[in-house]
Design a protein around this ligand. Sequence first.
Ligand code: NAP
Length: 329
Amino acid sequence: MDLSKGAEVCVTGGTGYIASCLIQALLQRGYKVRTTARNPDDRAKTGFLWELPGATERLEIVGAELLEEGTFDEAVHGVHTVFHTACPVVYDPNGDPEVSMLNPALKGNLNVLRACTKSHSIQRVVMTSSCSAIRYDHNRRPEDPPLSESVWSSPEYCRDHKMWYALAKTLAEKEAFEFAAREGLNLVVICPSFVIGPSLTPIPTSTVFLILDLLRGRAQEYPNKRIGFVHIDDVVTAHVLAMEVPEAHGRYICSSDVAHFGDIMSMLKTKYPKLQTPTRCSDMPPGDDIHHKMDTTKIKKLGLTEFKSIEQMFDDMLRSLHEKHLESL
Ligand SMILES: NC(=O)c1ccc[n+]([C@@H]2O[C@H](COP(=O)([O-])OP(=O)(O)OC[C@H]3O[C@@H](n4cnc5c(N)ncnc54)[C@H](OP(=O)(O)O)[C@@H]3O)[C@@H](O)[C@H]2O)c1
C-alpha cells in the first residue's frame, strides 16, 4: 500500500468520539484528512476539529448524511483509505429502533461502501463495528472459551432481548463483508468493546455521555451489564494499524478486560468518593450480563501488544470530564 507522507484519508462522522480522536492521531502522523459531518458549518459541533494541530493545513470537512444516497461520493473521492465510523450509538429507547438505529446503520453502511466502489484510489476501507456483533447468543455459556473473531452475535438473540444496537452492528458488519467480497473492496473491521477514556468533543456523546449520566447522581441504578472495556487510545491505534499494516485482514477484536458495571461503580466510588454513583443494579432482564472473555490474539499479532487497564481508562476519562464538562452539566 502506498502510504507516502501526506497520503489522504477519509473519516466518516468526524464529530464523533472515536472519529475525532482518530482524526487527531492521523493529523499528528502527517496524513491529510477529509472528514464528514451532517452540517460542516455547525461550528458548535465541528469547531473543535479546527483546533487540532495540523487541521488548518491538512483537514477538510464535507457534508454527508448516512441516509442520503450518494452523499459520501465526494467525501471518499481520491482518498487512499476510508475509515467508516459514523453510526448512531445512543438512541431513544422509546422510539422506533428501525428508524433511529437500523436504517442509518444498514442503509448508511451500504451508502458509504457504494461510494467507495466509485473511487478507484481507495486501497482499503476500515470499518468500525463492535464486540456487540460477536458476543450475544442463546447458546453462550460462562465456561465457553474466549470469544474470537470467528464468532458472530445471533440476530434472534438481539431481537429477543431488544438489543437494537447489537442487532444493527451485527447485520451491518455481515452485509459489509458480503458487499466487499462481491465488489472487490479491501475491507478490514475493528470491533471495539465499550470505549472509555478522554474525549475531544465539546459535548459528551456516545459512551462518554452514558458514563457521565452514571456519575452525575441522577441515575438511581447502574445497568445489569457485563462488558469488555477498551481505552480510546487503543481503539485509535487499532484503526491506524488496520490501515498501515498491509497484511491486516478481516475483523479484529479490540478489547481489554471484561467487567460488570457493579464492579466499575465500586471501583470508582472507592477511588473517587465524591462521585454520586448509583449503588443499586437495575432489574433489567438478564441477557447482557453473561460472563465471557474476548480473545485478542489476532490484534496483538497486528501490533497492539498491550491494552490499557480499566483503571487507567476511567482515570483518563474523569480527568477529561473534569476539565471540560463534569462540573457544568
Ligand atoms: N463508543 C463505543 O463504546 C463504541 C464501541 C464499539 C463500536 N463503536 C462504534 O464506533 C463508531 C463511532 O462511535 P462513537 O462512540 O464515536 O459514537 P458517536 O460519538 O456518537 O459518533 C457517531 C458519529 O456518527 C454520526 N452519525 C450518526 N447518525 C448519522 C447520520 N444519520 N448521518 C451522518 N452521520 C451520522 C454522528 O454525527 P452527529 O454528530 O451529527 O450526530 C457522529 O459523528 C460507531 O460505528 C459505533 O457503533 C463505538
